[in-house]
Design a protein around this ligand. Structure first.
Ligand SMILES: NC(=O)c1ccc[n+]([C@@H]2O[C@H](COP(=O)([O-])OP(=O)(O)OC[C@H]3O[C@@H](n4cnc5c(N)ncnc54)[C@H](O)[C@@H]3O)[C@@H](O)[C@H]2O)c1
Length: 250
């Protein structure tokens, strides 16, 4: 058990990487508040964790809404009595150049991917500062932390923002005993990617990278677990690339 008696909020917990993180954190001993806009999938995920012997609750949350974010933190403290870890996993993906991206699409992706991480961090930090400890794990991306890619101007910009938000919070809260890091997944086999590309496109895409395959959500969760746990006690401001070698050759 690497998170015994810890309490974690996991956003984006109904699917993909967030779901794998919620399951792994719970298996490692944490009480987990799963938060997501998708209620039915989120409740099903919570029930699976509880059936496996874990401690978990689900709450519906749109991370771009400050009022809802505040309520989730209050509810977590009321349900579990403490809060040690925030995993900012909620995210959306749209493709397009600047010319192809509407203002509405730009604003939504920034609101969810970047402002969502800002709002959730802002809501948990007072408790973490008061306790003098805490770990925040954001999700950036290889694209946005290390390089850009074609036809994803809004997504890449949001992840670039997450990268520097991570570093800036790491610096600002290090002396309060709070560590802030990010996992930067390469292409990972989740519903997000499966919605964006056909199976044939995914296969061809994966073959362009050194390991020649997509990552699995549990492989990203293993890295998030390291960053959230005391094993990473001297790690802060880090972008941990989990990408099968993608960024080694870019
Ligand atoms: N899959 C990849 O290849 C990949 C690569 C790099 C980074 N990422 C990042 O990993 C994170 C998780 O992505 P995934 O691939 O697991 O996608 P996913 O679509 O499988 O899961 C994302 C989850 O976020 C939830 N969500 C979306 N908007 C929300 C909001 N406003 N409030 C709360 N929840 C919301 C969705 O309902 C969904 O359950 C995202 O930040 C994504 O950008 C994914």
């Amino acid at each position: 058990m690497r998170l015994p008696a810890k309490v974690a909020i996991v956003t984006g917990a109904a699917s993909g990487i967030g779901l794998a993180v919620a399951k792994r954190f719970a298996a490692e001993g944490a009480a987990v508040m799963l938060a997501d806009t998708s209620e039915s999938a989120g409740v099903a995920a919570m029930e699976q964790i509880v059936a496996a012997g874990g401690r978990a609750k689900f709450v519906r949350l749109d991370v771009s809404r400050p009022d809802e974010v505040k309520q989730v933190v209050e509810r977590t403290l009321a349900e579990f009595g403490d809060l040690h870890i925030l995993f900012n996993g909620a995210g959306i993906l749209t493709y397009g150049t600047v010319l192809e991206t509407t203002l509405e699409a730009w604003q939504r992706i920034i609101a969810v991917n970047l402002t969502g991480a800002f709002l959730c961090s802002k809501a948990v930090l007072p408790h973490m500062v008061a306790k003098g400890r805490g770990a925040i794990v954001n999700v950036s991306s290889t694209t946005g932390s290390h390089d850009a890619c074609a036809h994803a101007a809004a997504y890449v910009s949001s992840k670039g923002g997450v990268t520097l938000l991570t570093r800036s919070m790491a610096i600002d809260f290090a002396k309060h005993g709070i560590r802030v890091n990010a996992v930067c997944p390469g292409p990972t086999d989740t519903p997000m990617l499966r919605k964006a590309l056909t199976p044939e496109q995914l296969d061809a895409f994966a073959k362009t990278y050194p390991m020649g395959r997509l990552g699995r959500p549990d492989e990203i969760a293993a890295a998030a677990l390291f960053l959230a746990s005391d094993d990473a006690s001297f790690v802060t401001g880090e972008m941990l690339h989990v990408d099968g070698g993608q960024t080694a050759e870019v």
